[in-house]
Design a protein. Sequence first.
Length: 272
Amino acid sequence: MHSFSKRRSQIKNILTILIFTLLIIAIANPQIGTKMEEVKREGVDLIIAIDLSNSMLAEDIKPNRLERAKQAISKLIDNLEGDRIGLIVFAGEAYVQLPITTDYSAAKLFLATVNTDIVPTQGTEIAKAIDLSIKSFDMENGQNKAIIIITDGENHDEQAIESAEKANEVGIFVHTLGMGLSTGAPIPIYNQNGIQTGYRKDKEGNTVVSKLNENLLMQIANAGKGTYVRANNSESGLSTLFTEINKMEKKEIGTMVFTEYKDRFQWFIGLA
C-alpha cells in the first residue's frame, strides 16, 4: 500500500511538471510553418541611376553632390507605397546596384554602400545608364515605368539624348535631376583619415572646376518626355520629380511575400 501511494505521488509530480512545462511553451507562443502568397499591389516601376564620377564629390551642394543625392533618394524610398524601385550606378560604365524590388529596406541598404570607388572607370556615360535601365525593366508588365538620372551632366555625348528617345519609344519616361550649381566648384581630394589635401587638377596643373551641364540634362528629359529639375542647397528636387511620377497610371503588380508564421500555442494549452 505504501509502495502504491509512493508511485501515485511520483506520477502526480511528473504530470504537474509536464503541465507546467506545456504552459510555459504555450506562453512562449510557438510558431510553426510559413507560406508564400501573392500580394497584389498597385504602383510604378522606377529606376534611379546615380552618377558616381569624381565630379559628384564637388561641394557646391552640401555636404557634396553625391551625399545630397543619396539623402534625397532615401527620403523618396520612405514615401514609396507599392512601387518597385531599382538602383543603377554609373561613371565610365553602368552597373545594376539593385534589381527592381519592393524591398525598400534592401534598397536603402544598397544605397548606403554607394560611393565613387565602386565604379572603376571614370567618366559620365549617361547613355550607358539609360540603356542598362531599359534592359532592367520587365517590359511585359505595362508601360508604368520611369527613369530618374541623377548627375551633374558633365558629358557632351549626344548619344545620351538618343538613348532617352529610345526609352520613350518603349513607354519609359526619362527624368533628370541636376546636381550642382552653374557657377561650379572644385573637386576636393581627401586622404584616408578624411583630411582634405587639395583639389583635383588637370594635366596642365590647373584646378578642375566642375559645372552643372543644365542644357544637356534638359535635352535628355525632353527626349524622354520627362521633367528636368535642378537641385540646390535648400531643395533636392527629387520630391518634384516624384510628384510627376505619381501622376502616371499605376498598374497592378503581383509580388511574392512571406506571411507570418502560424501560432501553435493552442496545441500546448490543450495538452496541458
